[in-house]
Design a protein around this ligand. Structure first.
Ligand code: PMP
Length: 407
């Protein structure tokens, strides 16, 4: 086989190439678009000024001047990278400070910080469970959780989304003498709904299972003080292993595990592969995350209030127009449109009208459940929310999607 044929024979390469080429020629290709500039809720996407609604910048801190200055100071002090992995010269005092601050913020004694959220889930789950152990994972969990479950080699059972009777029926079948790990997102990233923590905690206590929750989309967002899902349900200290990311409400990158068991954190620092075999978080990023957590202590509540008003306002406009937004209770607003082509068509329409949104299509969601995912932030004004609603409603009417959505 010649080289070109080898590449084409790699699973899916040829089909993907044909599909993206077709979409590019139709003006319907929306991935990997490059942003050249940022001005609050506005971005310049390939020089076109658009209102940004495809973002995890929930609290609007991505261009906060104080955070940028801390990053610059850290670069001046330590350089742009690190000396390597944390265990071999890569540990800076700022990493230790960040881990302490994360632990304090999420109400745990200890934490470990990894360079990405994906690596955090992959490495931690793989380190905690082995071949005979059982993992019980929500069907809509993030891919990093799914991949961690798969590489661990543990018995991997997936319960129907947020379905506690299904979780119980699986837990009741697990052997007595193995580790049982129940794992779920706090807020589901494609749907914006919230995990049923109260019932899951009860089941974990009943069946002696460890509970691990991914707070990527709840840290800084849920709860009166932004502490996440425990605070939202008023269930202090109910999660055994708290995972979170530093790339959403916190405008940096990285992930963490926080818990009250020092032995587990020490074990992860010496044996979890994503920590010991991957370079440390760069200083500018660690400093940004640290400074953001400090800012959230005093300014988080006001930002969350603004965010909530924006979410409620957009939901009101969309529901009045007849759109179906599923069970979202958070800034992740899925506008259900059915077929992949519908979500792509609507995206093109919005972008042509200077609204930057993106479609979520199969295989990220099941076939027939494509959606426009609109992410609201605290940086948006109520005029911005009205603008996006007007365009989406106009598009929905033009293409006849509102009828579909309200059925
Ligand atoms: N968990 C969830 C629920 C996520 O949504 C994401 C990223 N979108 C991750 C983990 C991975 O985080 P990161 O992007 O920092 O690797």
């Amino acid at each position: 086989m010649d080289k070109d044929n080898i590449y084409e024979s790699i699973g899916g390469v040829k089909e993907l190439w044909e599909r993206t080429s077709l979409n590019k020629s139709n003006g319907d290709y929306h991935y990997l678009k490059e942003i050249n500039n940022l001005e609050g809720p506005w971005v310049y996407v390939e020089n076109q000024k658009m209102l940004m609604f495809a973002t995890y910048n929930y609290l609007g801190l991505l261009d906060d001047e104080r955070i940028k200055q801390e990053s610059i100071k850290a670069i001046e002090k330590y350089g742009t990278g690190t000396h390597g992995v944390r265990n071999f010269g890569g540990s800076l005092d700022i990493h230790g400070k960040l881990e302490k601050r994360i632990a304090d913020f999420v109400g745990r004694k200890y934490s470990i910080a990894y360079s990405t959220g994906y690596m955090t889930n992959l490495s931690t789950i793989n380190a905690i469970v082995g071949r005979k152990d059982w993992i019980l994972s929500d069907k809509l969990n993030h891919a990093s959780i799914v991949d961690g479950c798969l590489i661990s080699g543990a018995v991997h059972k997936r319960f129907q989304h947020n379905d506690m009777s299904h979780l119980e029926s699986l837990l009741s079948k697990a052997p007595e003498n193995v580790t049982k790990l129940v794992v779920a997102d706090a807020v589901f990233s494609m749907d914006g709904d919230i995990f049923n923590l109260p019932d899951a905690v009860e089941l974990c206590n009943k069946y002696n299972a460890l509970l691990m929750i991914d707070e990527a989309h709840s840290l800084g967002i849920l709860g009166q003080n932004g502490r996440g899902i425990e605070e939202h349900f008023n269930m202090k200290d109910s999660i055994d292993i708290k995972m979170g990311t530093l790339s959403k409400a916190i405008p940096a990158i990285g992930g963490y595990i926080a818990c009250n068991n020092e032995k587990l954190i020490t074990y992860l620092k010496h044996l979890s592969r994503g920590f010991i075999f991957s370079a440390a978080i760069p200083p500018a990023i660690a400093a940004a995350a640290y400074k953001t957590l400090e800012i959230l202590e005093t300014e988080g509540a006001a930002k969350r209030d603004k965010l909530k008003n924006n979410v409620d306002l957009l939901l009101k406009y969309l529901h009045n127009a007849g759109f179906n937004t599923g069970n979202t209770e958070t800034p992740i607003i899925p506008i259900m449109l059915g077929a992949d082509e519908n979500a792509i068509k609507m995206t093109t329409y919005c972008q042509n009208n200077n609204i930057f949104v993106l479609p979520v299509i199969s295989p990220a969601v099941p076939v027939g459940q494509a959606r426009l995912r609109v992410n609201v932030t605290a940086a948006h004004t109520s005029e911005d929310i009205k603008t996006v609603a007007d365009i989406i409603i106009k598009g929905g009417k033009k293409f006849g999607f509102i009828d579909y959505a309200s059925n």
